[in-house]
Structures are given as C-alpha cells and as structure tokens.
Design a binder for this molecule. Structure first.
Ligand code: FCB
Length: 440
C-alpha cells in the first residue's frame, strides 16, 4: 500500500520547483545584466552539450502558460528563484523595473491561481559585475546581497509564503570555487571555504535585515544534504565519511544552530580555514523559520577508488545517482536527533533524471513515478517517527538546463521539446496531479 495525500496534514505544502537560470531564457532582454552562468557557458568545454541559458525553456515569454501548467497540477505552492542580474543588473545600485515587473507578474499570477509563492534569492546566477570584484570571495558581496534582499522584500515580499536566501551554498563554494566545474569555474580550495563563510554570513545578515523590514514570509535557507555512508568498515573509510559529513552537513548546520564551525573540519582545513570576523557567527546563528532540504541520494564514501552505485548493480538515475529513498528518512531523523531545535523542514527539491521520450504525445516515465512515490513515502515514514516536515517540492516542473550537463538531463515532470519549446506533461505529472487530488 502506498501513502496518499490524505496521510499528510491538510496544510502540508505540495509544490513543484524550478530556478531562474535553468528555465527563463531572455538572457539579454529587457535590461537583464549577465550572470556568472552566462559567462561560464561561454568557456569551451564547460557545458557538456555546449549549450547556454539564452533561450532555455523560454519561461520568461511563456509565463502565463507555465502558470496554468502549475495550477493544473493542483499544487498549493511553487518554488522559483529570482535572477539577481535581471532585477539589479550590476548587483548594486540601479534596479531594473522590467525585471521586477516580471517577478511581480509571476507572484500575482500564482496568487490568482491559488498557489503560494516560495522565492529563492540566490540559485547561483550571481551578477557578473560582482564577479569582476571577486564575487562571493569578496566579503563586500555579502553586503550587496543584503541590499538585494531588501529590494525584493519591498517589491514583492508582502505576497510571499516563503523566502530562501541561498540554494545549496555547498555547491556554490565547492563545485564553483574548489572543483571549478560550475560557475565561476575557480579552482582554489582556500577561496572555496571563504566563499562558504561569506554565503552563510550574507544569509544571516539578510535574515536580520528582512525581519527589521517587517518581512511576513517564512525565512530560511536551502541545503543539499545526504547521509554519508562509509563504503566499508575500514577505519580510513569511516574517517573520510565523518569528515565529509562535517564538510557538507555540520559545517552549515552547526554554524546556523550553534554559532560555530565543527572543530574536526577546521582542524582538517588548517590554514585553508576562512577568515571570520568576531560578530559573523552570531549573525549566521539568526533563527530560521524553516530549513529547506534538497535530497536526491545518499553518498557512499571510499578512501580508495570512488564508489560507484551502478557498478555495484544498484538502481540509478540518468545522473548515475543511486535511488535510495530510505536515506531521506534516515537524514530527517538524524537532523531531528542532532539538532532538536531545528525549525520545520521543507523538502525543497527531490526528483530524478531519466531518458524520457515522447511517443504519440505521451511520456511513460514509470521510473520517475516510482521514484517520487518512494520518496514521498520516505518523508511520511520520517514524520511518523517525529520529524517535523511541512512540505515537499518536486524537482522539477520542466525539463531544463541542468548546469554543466546542459539540456542532456531531463528532470521535469513536464517534457520540453527544445526545438519547438512545446510542453508535454509526462505520466509523472499526471500521477502527481492524481495524487494531489487524493486519487492515487
Ligand atoms: C540541485 C540544484 C537544482 C538542480 C538539481 C538536479 O543541486 O539545486 O538546480 O540542478 O540539483
């Protein structure tokens, strides 16, 4: 027996999620400034299919149609992100009215359809003009971010259900500044840890400023978290898994909840540890109204050859990520145990990429339906054991620009034909609609 919507509280948030750079397109229109992802896409070899976000899903021009799609699913919330360079092209100073208008139409269009808006301020598309002054590596960017947050609050804050500062700061810091595989493509570990500190600092300062400004939305941050399992019981694997847990999970949650970075991580970093000013951690510790968690799979950590789920014969998605729903239950219960003062949690992203094909106007993505069912069940299992989860958001509404993979990975419950930009709801969209109607 699978779980149904009726097994969840009536005010539980059911949503679909997207992000600005991945769907909007209109990269150079109506006064938008370039973002670091616009620039990164120009680097040869940076994006697997050599694509970019110039058109993407053309959501900017198809807003009304996409809002109808969202409403037809029967969700009560929608998670989207705001492109900072669209609303403030240089990341400071002048605002772009046409950009602000777009988000105002988005928010009002959602409300008119009975869907609550959940906005994210930073889903990675930093204004390129700020990158030219070292971007997140520069402490000053944190102050610019606070001004940006206040600008958004003044324009649309009164109509938002939720407002997230950053999406997945670990990714921005590590993939963007240490491994160099995401924008801005830096390869400097010391810089990466400084970036992670500045992201957290800007988050805490923005929360304080937003509350002073009278924000009514629930305020929070979104982290990418997974249980870290050692590949074997060897002391080396166990030690490595513990350290990586510190770098991914405890670095962020200890800072937010206890106002300190984990000692073992600081020690391992040695002189790569970030510079921290005396009041920084107090700002970072500003209480959240919610914690957003993006969950896709567990991590299995090996001190030798990297562990590979597919080679182990396990079920994987088109990203090669293991399908491991029980990891979500495990994670939620672990957070409840280790951070008992945690605010309620939203699963702000969960979903899977598969190689979908349209046949006779249909996409039979049975694997995605199963993936979503299993993960919703996993959330329910955790709630039965005491986890305070207030919502679940599917990644993603549409197939879209999957960062360094370009358009080669399809995460949508709605298929996008990139030649015609036609949207076709997949079986998973029809299933989600039935589930939300209490019929599946
Ligand atoms: C997350 C990102 C999101 C999407 C999914 C697959 O890390 O937040 O934009 O790319 O992964």
């Amino acid at each position: 027996m699978t779980v149904s919507r009726h097994d969840f509280p009536p005010d539980f948030l059911w949503a679909v999620a997207t992000s600005s750079f991945q769907i909007e397109g209109a990269a150079q229109l109506d006064g938008k400034g370039p973002s670091i992802w616009d620039r990164f896409c120009e680097q040869p070899g940076a994006i697997a299919d050599a694509s970019n976000g110039v058109v993407a899903c053309d959501h900017y021009h198809r807003l009304e149609q996409d809002l109808d799609l969202i409403a037809e699913l029967g969700v009560n919330a929608y998670r989207f992100s705001i492109s900072w360079p669209r609303v403030q092209p240089s990341g400071q100073g002048a605002w772009n009215d046409k950009g602000l208008d777009f988000y105002e139409r988005l928010v009002d269009g959602l409300l008119a359809r009975g869907v609550m808006p959940h906005a994210t301020l930073n889903h990675w598309d930093l204004p390129q003009a700020l990158q030219e002054e070292d971007g997140w590596a520069n402490r000053d960017t944190a102050y610019r971010f606070v001004d940006y947050a206040l600008g958004i609050q003044r324009r649309i804050g009164d109509r938002l259900k939720g407002l997230t500062t950053h999406n997945e700061p670990w990714i921005v810091a590590m993939l963007g500044h240490h491994h160099g595989v995401f924008a801005p493509g830096q390869k400097n570990e010391t810089l990466a840890w400084q970036v992670s500190h500045h992201l957290l600092l800007s988050h805490g300062m923005a929360l304080r400023a937003l509350r002073r400004e009278g924000a009514t939305a629930e305020l929070g941050i979104v982290l990418n978290l997974s249980p870290m399992h050692p590949a074997t019981e060897s002391p080396a694997d166990i030690a490595k898994a513990r350290l990586e847990d510190g770098q991914l999970l405890r670095w962020y949650l200890d800072a937010i909840h206890h106002g300190r970075y984990p000692e073992d991580v600081l020690q391992a970093l040695g002189d790569k540890a970030p510079l921290i000013e005396s009041e920084d951690l107090a700002a970072i510790q500003t209480p959240l109204d919610f914690l957003g968690i993006n969950y896709y799979s567990r991590s299995v950590v090996s001190s030798g050859e990297p562990w590979d789920a597919k080679a182990q014969g396990l079920a994987v998605t088109d990203m090669g990520w293991e399908v491991y729903p029980q990891g979500l239950t495990e994670l939620l219960l672990r957070l409840q145990r280790d951070y008992p003062t945690l605010p309620p949690v939203y699963i702000t992203e969960n979903g899977a990429a598969f190689r979908d094909e349209v046949t006779h106007g249909r996409v039979h993505d049975a694997e995605r339906v199963r993936y979503l069912q299993q993960h919703i069940q996993a959330v329910h299992d955790a709630m039965q054991q005491g986890a305070r989860v207030h919502g679940y958001m599917v990644w993603s509404l549409l197939d879209n620009f999957e960062w360094a993979f370009g358009y080669s990975k399809r995460f949508g419950i709605v298929h996008v034909d990139y030649a015609t930009l036609k949207r076709t709801p997949k079986d998973s969209a029809l299933w989600y609609r039935d589930f939300l109607a209490g019929k599946a």
